[in-house]
Structures are given as C-alpha cells and as structure tokens.
Design a protein around this ligand. Structure first.
Ligand code: TXA
Ligand code: MG
Length: 325
C-alpha cells in the first residue's frame, strides 16, 4: 500500500488545519480536500488538479446547519432538498456568503455546497468544523477516482494523505441543482434524478442543456471524464462490426458490453461483460474505464446503454468521455 493511503483521521485533520491537501472518500467519488477558509490551500487544489481557476469548487459540510456560514438568502427549496437528500449525492448552488473566498467560486456570486454521505468523511467534517473544498481527486479532465488507489495513481505524493474509505458506493459525481434561478435547474445529472427533486419540491425543474451553457456548467468541457485510450460508445450491432473491422486492421482493443463474448471472437480479445443495471453500472464505470485504460490498447469499445431515464447520468458521463463526440 502506498505510504500516504491511510485511515488515520487525526492525521488527516492535522494536515487540513495546517493547509495541506487530504483526499477524502465520499459516496460519489473521492474528493481533493482543503480548508475552504485557507486561500493558499485552495490555490494548491487548483495547482495539483491542473484546473483553470475559473472552474468553481464545491464546499463540503458536515450538516445543513452550516449553510449560513457559506451561503446567504437561502431559499426554502434549499432547506427542503437538504432535509430530504443530505447527507447524499446532491450539490446545491446558492447565493455566496460575502465571506466565502472568491477563489472557491471563480469570482461568481454563487457557491456550490453539499453534505456527502460517507461515515469517515462526515466524522472528518464534524471534527474539522469548517468547510472543505473538494473537487474530484483526479487530474483535470480525466476519469474521477472511486478508490484510494485511483487517487494515489493520479496524484501520488502531491496530496499529503489519502483517507481510505473503500470503494465509493454511487460511483459517479453528485447531481447539481442551481437554486439561484427562478426555477430550479439541474446543472449536472447524477444518481438523484430530476423526478425525485420535483417530487420533493412539488414543482417542475429545468434540466440544463449543457451545450447551450451561458454560465459555467460542470464538466461541460469535451474532454471531461475521459480515459487516455479513446473510448467509443456504440450500439451492440455497431460494436460487433467495429470489433471485426479493427481486428482486420490488427488494431488492439477491449470491450465493455452487456452481452457475453461471442464465441467466434479471438480468445485474446479482452471482453468484459457488465450487469444490465444502472446503479451497478455507475458504481463500476470509472474503475472499469481505468482498468481498460491500463491495457494500453488503441481503443475501448463500450456498448451504448439504453436512452431511458435511469441511465441519464451515465449517458451524460459517457458522452463526455466518448472520443467521437
Ligand atoms: O460528487 C461530487 O460532486 C464530487 C465529490 C468529491 O463531492 N465532487 C465533484 O467536484 O465532482 P468537481 O469539482 O469535480 O465538480 C464540481 C462541479 C464543477 O464542474 C464546477 O464547474 C461546478 O461543480 N460548480 C461549482 N461551483 C459552481 C457554481 N457556483 N456555479 C456553477 N457550477 C459550479
Ligand atoms: Mg471532477
């Protein structure tokens, strides 16, 4: 085990208080944590991630009771959603408190906040007392980490400590809802769906068309969530055809599919059959992409999941990772 992977909460706290970076586990993906009241520590996060300063960070809190320290003019909808979904994979965008650093928000007057659902990190946040900025603990534009080992592989000793909380249960990033507009707007799809949010708020929400972004939309860059090996998302029929074509050209490839490997295909071909279940698919998606990436083949082919509601957040991440789009 790499030296800086640990379950030592006291050491994590000590590092955070002295302005160092600590990666923490959440139910979605691992975060790259730093004291949200420490400008130097926040700047270090941007440096280590290689992320442009204009991409705002999420502040992680132990409980909704801390909202007033980071946000202001809190609408009733925020309390309703917090009560229902926190701790959990939901991020709220609210008017920024004047004392929250502009470094966190990239100069915007709104701020993203969430209470993550992971026992180790909730305890860390409780004992820390303040807020922790926490973008996903990967280099900018790459696949998010869902294991401590993924963080170590991406960031190594650039992070003082990686708090090991095992595999992230959800596996894809939180749903982001903007509550600063007249009508609540989903800015990033996640496990918590628009329908679930509408049910709690008892009103319609808008789903932001990511391509028509006028404000900075999370992960709206094309290269986001991408493995190094080009990924192609194809229907099963197209996937089979592409396998044969690529093999004729003596190209190396691997496959992620819901189907069993057809018996007529080469035994050397790495074909991973995955479960036809959106929660399971999301839980394993990034680890699978990382594993396939390690093979250093010329392409990863992935069978297109259905274009139905339970797969919305997965479709979103695949569209961003797909080298064709
Ligand atoms: O599940 C998650 O949300 C994970 C875990 C670690 O909590 N965090 C995460 O952070 O995905 P990050 O930084 O990789 O993505 C957060 C996204 C960014 O793409 C950013 O553009 C957006 O949230 N964001 C943050 N503050 C915003 C704001 N004030 N307005 C609009 N978007 C904002
Ligand atoms: Mg990210």
């Amino acid at each position: 085990m790499q030296q800086n992977i640990s379950t030592n909460l006291d050491l994590a706290l000590e590092y955070l208080k002295s302005g160092k970076l600590v990666s923490f586990p959440t139910e979605t993906v691992y975060g790259l944590g730093a004291d949200a009241r420490n400008p130097n520590a926040i700047q270090k996060v941007f440096q280590v991630k290689g992320r442009p300063a204009t991409h705002p960070l999420i502040v992680h809190l132990a409980a909704a009771t801390q909202l007033a320290e980071w946000t202001q003019d809190i609408p009733a909808t925020a309390w309703q959603l917090a009560k229902h979904f926190w701790p959990g994979p939901l991020t709220l965008i609210l008017p920024k408190h004047p004392q929250a650093s502009n470094l966190i928000t990239g100069g915007q007057d709104t701020i993203a906040v969430r209470v993550p659902k992971h026992p180790l990190t909730l305890e860390l946040l409780k004992q820390f007392g303040g807020g922790l900025v926490g973008p996903s603990a990967n280099k900018y534009g790459r696949v998010s980490p869902t294991l401590a080992a993924h963080v170590a592989a991406d960031l190594g000793v650039e992070v003082a400590l990686i708090l090991d909380g095992g595999a992230c249960t959800v596996g894809i990033e939180s749903t982001i809802v903007n509550l600063c507009s007249a009508t609540p707007m989903i800015m990033r799809a996640g496990q918590i769906s628009a329908a679930q949010i509408e049910e709690v708020l008892n009103e319609k929400v808008i789903v932001h068309p990511a391509t028509a972004a006028t404000i900075r939309v999370p992960g709206s860059d094309k290269s986001h969530y991408a493995p190094h090996t080009p990924l192609q998302v194809l229907t099963y029929a197209d996937l089979l055809q592409t396998v044969q074509e690529l093999q004729r050209q003596a190209k190396t490839l691997s496959v992620i599919s819901f189907q069993q490997k057809p018996i007529n295909l080469s035994t050397h071909l790495y074909w991973q059959q995955v479960q036809f279940d959106p929660d399971d698919f999301a839980h394993n998606l990034y680890a699978n992409l990382r594993a396939h990436d390690q093979l250093n083949n010329s392409v990863i082919l992935l069978e297109q999941p259905p274009l139905t509601n339970p797969w919305t957040a997965i479709q979103d991440r695949l569209a961003r990772a797909d080298s064709k789009t």
